[in-house]
Design a protein around this ligand. Sequence first.
Ligand code: IPM
Ligand code: MG
Length: 375
Amino acid sequence: MTQYKIPVIPGDGIGPEIIAEGRKVLDAAGEVYGFDAEWVEYPHGAEHYLETGELLSEDTLKELSGYDAIYLGSIGDPRIPPGVLEQGILLTARFYFDQYINLRPVKLLKGVNTPLKDKGPDDIDFVVVRENTEDLYIGVGGRASAGRSKGTAEIVRNLYHVKFDLDIETDSSEIAYQIGLISRSGTERVIRYAFELAMGRGKELASVDKANVMADIYGFWREVFTSVADDYPDVKTDFNFVDAICMWFVKNPEWFDVVVTPNMFGDIITDLGAMIQGGLGLAPGGNINPDGVSMFEPIHGSAPKHRGLNKVNPIATIWAGAMLIEELGERDAANAILGAIEENLADGKVLTYDLGGHSSTSDVGDDIARRLRHS
Ligand code: IPM
Ligand code: MG
């Protein structure tokens, strides 16, 4: 029997409840498909930070480097200022492990209602490939007051190092700035991944940018996209401004098959994607480094107000678990988990409140695990 050691970070808020259901379903998949998951639990998150001051230390990151995939619940806690945990844990892991692809399926499963009138599962079935290490997320920014001031910032990536020396002079009382950066190598690799994905699907790839306004950064994105596209003459491509693609996601989601986007716009359009596929409770994501440590999570947050109530929908997390096991090579098990999720939804009897049901988080996990065992 194949053994997988999988580190799991349940995290904050509803994280532990949804991760418990994800583990339950992956354990059931292991029984059916002949693998055994050994879970290695990590306490990182708000509580651990308040007790020890550790977000995600170099030592922990080194330890996690020994695995292929991490299973993450959710991070964020009202006792801690916004951004501290998100940057110190989630973004730190994404950058440290160079998880340059954020893969977010937008698929309306049968039995789920979309807020889009007259659209169904045949219309809403695409994948967003979000760049996950660059753009406005590099964390270079600051404030300056009237007069002259200096600042430095450094970005350390596997692909490159960049140092900014900023010499700022202003007569404004105070300014704030945030710098976005994309590199040729960082852009090329994610766009290439998206083309490869498109080759295995509908051979259509839509690119997202805002090259009409931020011409330097996203004009460069287009240039790199165009040069990679030369290697894939069979893939039909187009460029979309981010504001326009929001409109098309709502009006004509059937146009899309694979969408590739810079980091910031990818963050925004995948929340929209989650809504058209039936809500945040149904939207999974994978932070992927094809040659390194990947990390799988629901795209929603820690929903502190629902914590401990056994109420929220665990399906996004269970689906993220399916993506995890697929990354480890268990494609049949992953498909079977998605199949069991679809059966649960189509049956419509064991649903959480967000889908109009009255069942609990653990009821839904039980139902999906049961269906998997009988598949
Ligand atoms: C996401 C989240 C994160 C992001 C936050 C929590 C840092 O919104 O995964 O989409 O902006 O990437
Ligand atoms: Mg987001």
